[in-house]
Write a protein that binds this ligand. Structure first.
Ligand SMILES: C[S@@+](CC[C@H](N)C(=O)[O-])C[C@H]1O[C@@H](n2cnc3c(N)ncnc32)[C@H](O)[C@@H]1O
Length: 211
């Protein structure tokens, strides 16, 4: 498929790319313009299209390396293939494993893209065409999202931005990002979900209001 200008291959082992999520790529590009030096991290990359589009949209002179993470080995095969197909292989490192396990303690990223599964487990049967691993977010849909927040807290460089994709603004509120030492910079609404911009918040535990 064409994903806002890059060629993306996918199959039934991963989630079908959603066109609107190119907004997440564009927000990451926007963030890179002012973020401190450093690479980009993509958590829950699936076929890799969101991070790859962000990389492709960034002029080569300011392009940053991308580390793409997924638990599903098939996703990383597709991400590597899609990187190659778009002439981006030299910019992308794929890491297979649980997102809580694949980063070294000292690694920092200027921009983090995160796209965890967010469907409450009791509702996953409504989406039989989607792989369970890609959509099952546990009892309240936020289990993996909370793990993403912990990674953002530990690995987002000061002054950097994380862009987290969720299903609804209510989920974004329920996450209580302030209790993870993060603050909401902005929420953007997409066709089938929301994007939440997050910064480190060293001043206020308990902040993170979405109002
Ligand atoms: C909602 S899908 C998003 C995939 C892709 N970004 C997209 O837009 O199609 C969530 C992805 O998270 C991966 N995933 C689920 N749990 C994970 C975990 N604990 N660590 C790393 N990846 C995980 C799944 O394999 C799946 O590819």
């Amino acid at each position: 498929m064409d994903f806002s200008g890059i060629a993306v291959s996918y199959d039934e082992r991963v989630l079908q790319p959603r066109a609107w999520t190119a907004d997440q790529s564009r927000w990451a590009v926007e963030a890179m313009a002012t973020a401190p030096p450093g690479p980009v991290l993509e958590l829950c990359c699936g076929a890799g299209h969101i991070g790859l589009l962000a990389t492709a949209l960034t002029p080569v002179r300011v392009r940053r390396p991308l580390v793409a993470v997924d638990l599903n080995p098939a996703a990383l095969v597709l991400t590597a293939r899609n990187a190659e197909a778009n002439g981006l292989a030299g910019w992308v490192e794929v890491r297979e494993g649980d997102l809580t396990d694949v980063l070294a303690r000292e690694e920092l990223f200027a921009v983090i893209i995160a796209d965890p599964p967010w469907v409450p487990e009791a509702q996953t049967a409504h989406y039989p065409e989607d792989p369970l691993l890609a959509i099952d977010g546990g009892p309240d849909g936020l289990t993996v999202a909370r793990q993403c927040l912990a990674v953002v807290r530990e690995h987002l460089a000061p002054g950097g931005l994380a862009v987290l994709q969720l299903g609804t603004a209510e989920q974004a509120r329920d996450l209580e990002v302030g209790s993870h030492g993060l603050a909401v910079a902005e929420v953007r609404h997409g066709e089938r979900g929301v994007l939440v911009g997050l910064r480190r918040d060293r001043s206020a535990a308990g902040s993170g209001s979405l109002s």
